[in-house]
Design a protein around this ligand. Structure first.
Ligand code: ATP
Length: 836
């Protein structure tokens, strides 16, 4: 319903829209709530819930209620008043405008007139709201906002009363609160709430100031008008309680009792717990209490208000009357509630920041919730198309500011709140009925018939109805309990049988697991015992090593060479089984060596037992031209070989490439062949069995000292050996200890003679000369178990015997020789053994 209106003088170009009734509340968001399934889930075995609905659906004859149609009820709209705050002159640059100081007008009447005129002029030029009549106002946008076609002048009408900026507190009281107070005095409760943006004058209206008292002081004055203490005639008492709802830094909602000894309050089942009521006997006392409470109320300075309320403040004045008044009319209890809501405010206007801003959010939210509650009332009203039944009267006072700069705030409040005036109430006459009904139960039985009679019902009929009702309730309740129990019993049975099945399943599973575990345990135990045995054997072997090596370790310390110490045990225990040991023991070039030859010749250890020269060559040819390959196949694995490269650099490359290489499951040891060492501390060992090898001899002689060379040769007089010790002491010790000792190897045993080698006596047997006889010795040792594969490359063919002798391979054959087995005659390297 819109109608064109002549625009106000201040806003000539705007279009006025009649706003009220216009607003349409949107339906409540019922879909926002999750839909509770009405049918039970199939997966769940249902136990029927307690049949509360059934019980609740029982039609129980209520206690005699007063006939509402007969009760003096008047359907009335919610009283919505509007109060416009006087305009505040804002000086440019004043960010925190001070509100108009009350009662400070100039005393000089001439000046007063001038100021009034000026003020009126300012008001006219800056006001955005004008009072049309006692029930409507026109809100005009400021010039700056008129460019938008959506912002137009609007008329809000239908207010209970509009208080212009000039209206006094007294006028507001008379028109707005006085009827409520009068009703209150007659025993009817009522409530007044002030709603509006921050700084619009809610607190001013509700409490006022000392010079300009607000609604509360005026109401108190009226209540105690003519009485100084508890009214002896009406026998009424008045109580006052005051509390606030606030938020600390915007976090959570708290309640606090603002009375003198009040503390924190809390809600329990919709009731404020812990709130103190102070009995008041006169207005002054009540006002004092209220002013003390106001000092405790949370306030803060914002850009919109120098003393802005930061909490919702609620004052209750309760009157009780236990007896009838002088006219014998029963006086009822009543409560007059006056609410000063904290003002909502936009951040831009209030300038709040940090925790103050959070607090503002809380305030805005509560204002919004208050609005939502009122809207919900409207919605409720729409559906049953029936006014709400209320036992007390409500009034709402909207306070707005009239300045142009407050246009948006004012517009928002009016748009939101003006529809509330459509909320209808049926004011039920007798709010104490419930109390009186409750009291009936406690009444002496003799009084009951009287009461019933007064309510127009026969005592017998009432008794009968009551009995019947009780009977029906009990029967239905019993039925419900029975059904529930039956369901539970069936459920219990099902659960028990399920448990039985589960128990069987569990026990069989446990049995299987136990078997599995025990068999696994058995396997583990076996493994453990075999590991233990292996460990034991290893320990034993280690012990043997230690026993054997201990004298040499000492020797090595004496000689001060780590090399001796390291290599000796390797040889001692397993001979050439280990590639490393073989390197130490065998990889020596004992004669005519040159550093260049040594640096070109590699020792390759840990070759497979069935290795052939071709394979060795395949392994190494890629590193450079090979001058010579000498493959050694000893009686016991592993095999080893000496490879002579033409270039030392190639030999180094080969070491880098092939050391640690996995060859057919064997980890190769590749290193430079070491140059052997001879010594003059030499012993001659005679009486050796023909199967004795240099390894056997060395093994036999080692317990006496450090052996750096051993050699076995055979001639007509039998098998003889030469052993070099690194020190004179060892040599002497060997002669003492091992002379006439039992020599044994895998094939035979004999007693050997050990004596100092006479360098002069038999030069033909000396190792240095033996070279020339090596072939003959070699042939003579055909019974031995080893083989030596020698190969020579093109270069070797052209080499003279002298050249050969100068190289580490003295017996370089002219062809790739699968030479005669000559391993037992270890005269020179590599046939001979030369430990480090
Ligand atoms: N009708 C009025 N006449 C004179 N002064 C007024 C009037 N209304 C408000 N004021 C002054 O305006 C200032 C702000 O008013 P008040 O504190 O009541 O606002 P409020 O709506 O309670 O604000 P908040 O919600 O921030 O607490 C006060 O100084 C008050 O004296």
């Amino acid at each position: 319903m819109e109608e064109m209106k002549i625009p106000p003088l201040t806003c000539p170009k705007t279009v006025t829209v009649r706003r009220n009734p216009h607003w349409k509340a949107s339906p409540m968001p019922s879909t926002a709530f999750p839909q509770i399934p009405t049918s039970p889930s199939k997966n769940l075995q249902e136990i029927s819930s307690f049949p509360s609905d059934e019980i609740l659906s029982i039609q129980i004859p209520q206690n005699p209620q007063p006939d509402l149609s007969q009760a003096s009820s008047t359907s009335k709209n919610l009283n919505v008043f509007l109060r416009i705050r006087p305009l505040v002159l804002v000086k440019s640059g004043d960010r925190n405008p001070k509100p108009r100081a009350k009662n400070v007008w100039p005393k000089n009447p001439a000046k007063r007139v001038a100021v009034k005129e000026k003020s009126a002029k300012d008001k006219c030029s800056k006001a955005c709201i004008t009072v049309d009549d006692s029930q409507s106002v026109t809100l005009s946008p400021p010039l700056a906002l008129q460019t938008s076609k959506w912002i137009r002048s609007e008329v809000y009408q239908g207010f209970s009363y509009v208080f212009s900026a000039d209206s006094s507190q007294g006028e507001v009281y008379e028109k707005m609160l006085s009827p409520l107070v009068e009703e209150f005095m007659r025993g009817k409760s009522g409530m007044l709430a002030a709603l509006g943006p921050s700084g619009s004058g809610k607190t001013h209206t509700i409490f006022g100031s000392v010079r300009d008292p607000g609604m509360v002081p005026l109401a108190l004055q009226r209540i105690f008008k003519g009485t100084t203490s508890i009214d002896s005639e009406s026998r009424r008492s008045f109580y006052l309680s005051i509390f606030e709802i606030y938020s600390v830094h915007g976090k959570g909602e708290r309640m606090s009792d603002l009375s003198l000894h009040g503390g924190d309050l809390f809600m329990q089942q919709g009731t404020v717990k812990g709130l103190q009521e102070v009995i008041i006997s006169d207005a002054a006392e009540a006002e004092l209490l209220i002013s003390c409470a106001m000092l405790r109320r949370a306030t803060a300075m914002t850009n919109a208000n120098s003393q802005s309320s930061r909490s919702q403040c609620i004052i209750n004045i309760r009157s009780t009357a236990s007896k009838r008044d002088g006219n014998n009319v029963p006086v009822k209890d009543a409560v007059l509630t006056i609410v000063d809501l904290a003002g909502a405010g936009r951040e831009k206007r209030t300038g709040n920041q940090g925790s103050r801003l959070l607090e503002s959010n809380f305030i805005n939210n509560t204002s919004m919730i208050f609005g939502l509650c009122l809207r919900a009332l409207m919605e409720h009203q729409k559906k049953p198309r029936k006014p709400l039944e209320k036992h007390f009267q409500d009034s709402l006072i909207l306070t707005v500011k009239s300045g142009e700069e407050d246009y948006l705030d004012t517009s928002y409040v009016l748009k939101q709140a003006s529809p509330y005036m459509k909320i209808k109430f049926d004011h039920v006459e007798d709010p104490s009925n419930l109390v009186s009904n409750k009291r009936q139960f406690h009444m002496p039985r003799v009084e009951q018939p009287k009461r019933m009679k007064s309510s127009g019902l026969e005592p017998d009929a009432v008794d009968l109805a009551k009995k019947e009702r009780n009977h029906r309730i009990t029967r239905n309740f019993a039925k419900a309990i029975w059904n529930v129990l039956k369901d539970y019993k069936e459920k219990l049975k099902a659960a028990e049988s399920e448990m039985e099945i589960l128990r069987d399943k569990l026990s069989s599973e446990m049995e299987i697991l136990r078997d599995k575990l025990s068999s696994e345990m058995e396997i583990l135990r076996d493994k453990l015992s075999s590991e233990k045995m292996r460990n034991h054997e290893l320990e034993k072997q280690l012990k043997i090593y230690v026993d054997i090596d201990s004298p040499n370790a000492k020797k090595s310390e004496i000689n001060g060479t780590i090399e001796n110490y390291d290599f000796t045990p390797s040889q001692d225990q397993d001979g050439n089984r280990n590639g490393k040991r073989v390197a130490a023991n065998e990889g020596k070039i004992t004669h005519g060596t040159t550093s260049s030859c040594a640096s070109r010749t590699l020792y390759v250890g840990n070759l497979p037992w069935d290795s052939c020269e071709r394979e060795v060559e395949d392994l190494f040819y890629k590193y450079g031209p090979i001058a010579d390959i000498d493959l050694k196949i000893p009686p016991r694995p592993p095999c080893y070989a000496f490879i002579e490269f033409e270039e030392a650099r190639d030999a180094e490359d080969a070491i880098r490439g092939r050391d640690g290489y996995d060859f057919d499951g064997h980890r190769l040891l590749v290193e430079l062949a070491h140059v052997g060492r001879r010594s003059e501390y030499r012993v001659l060992v005679s009486g050796l069995p023909s199967s004795a090898s240099w390894q056997d001899l060395k093994d036999h002689m080692r317990p006496a000292g450090y052996v750096c060379f051993s050699q076995v040769f055979r001639d007509g007089s039998g098998t003889t050996g030469i052993v070099d010790y690194t020190s004179y002491g060892d040599m002497k010790h060997a002669i003492r200890k091992l002379n006439d000792s039992e020599f044994r190897n895998a094939f035979s045993r004999s007693y050997v003679r050990v004596r100092e080698y006479d360098h002069r006596q038999d030069h033909s047997r000396s190792p240095s000369r033996g070279r020339s006889h090596s072939r003959g010795w070699s042939e003579s040792c055909s019974r031995s178990h080893g083989r030596s594969y020698r190969s020579s490359r093109s270069r070797s063919r052209s080499k003279s015997p002298e050249a050969k002798s100068s190289c580490c391979s003295p017996a370089r054959s002219r062809s790739k020789s699968v030479s005669s087995p000559s391993h037992s005659v270890h005269q020179f390297m590599p046939q001979t053994h030369a430990p480090c």
